[in-house]
Design a protein around this ligand. Sequence first.
Ligand code: GRF
Length: 224
Amino acid sequence: MTLNLAILISGGGSNLQSIIDKIESGALDARIKTVISNKPGVGGLARAAKHNIPHQVLDHKNFADRASYDQALAEAIHRAGADTVVLAGFMRILGPGFIKAFPGRVVNIHPALLPSFAGGHGQRDAADYGVKLSGCTVHFADEIMDHGPIIIQAAVPAQPGESGEALGARILTQEHRCYPQALQWLAQGRLRIEGRHVHLDGPAGPLAEIADAALINPPLEKGF
Ligand code: GRF
């Protein structure tokens, strides 16, 4: 069923763009009812304008507390006629009241392999820690930040000494693939949540196909 999206942003909106592109190409069965930014003047708003997508600024600074902001946000989303909330670089924590207003219909993307490196600096934190693999995670949002059931993850190799920006740029490329795919599965009604597990119903490859797959970094040498 066609998704009616509210896409929430705080910045450049490259994930927003990847969703726009997949809708326009016909791969993603969705329409964007509104783009909402909590910050004025950000690049994502210009992207929405360029594609004639309704967009608005709801600045958190104009609200006395989190609860009143969350309520105004939920009202704006309902008013726009959206049924699914897509957090795409939205740098605000949403309270339990907001999550409860859209049960099972809030999704988020995080630039690390959750549950590692939750929080606002996933790329930098992973790079500084010296991991060999990081990546991105698309998940259903719940009351705890960067915590809900995971829909899809992509692993990205990290290099010793590289900056969070360099690693983050490679992660972002995979974000742009994973987020529209996760939303298309949602549109197709193929995502079934059971506790912490998200099952992908339908013609996914059998587990045997991935049993031997692994992303190992640095790569193994001949003979291992
Ligand atoms: C992405 O890395 C996303 O994972 C994180 O914030 C960044 C947003 O980038 N939550 P953009 O605004 O979509 O370009």
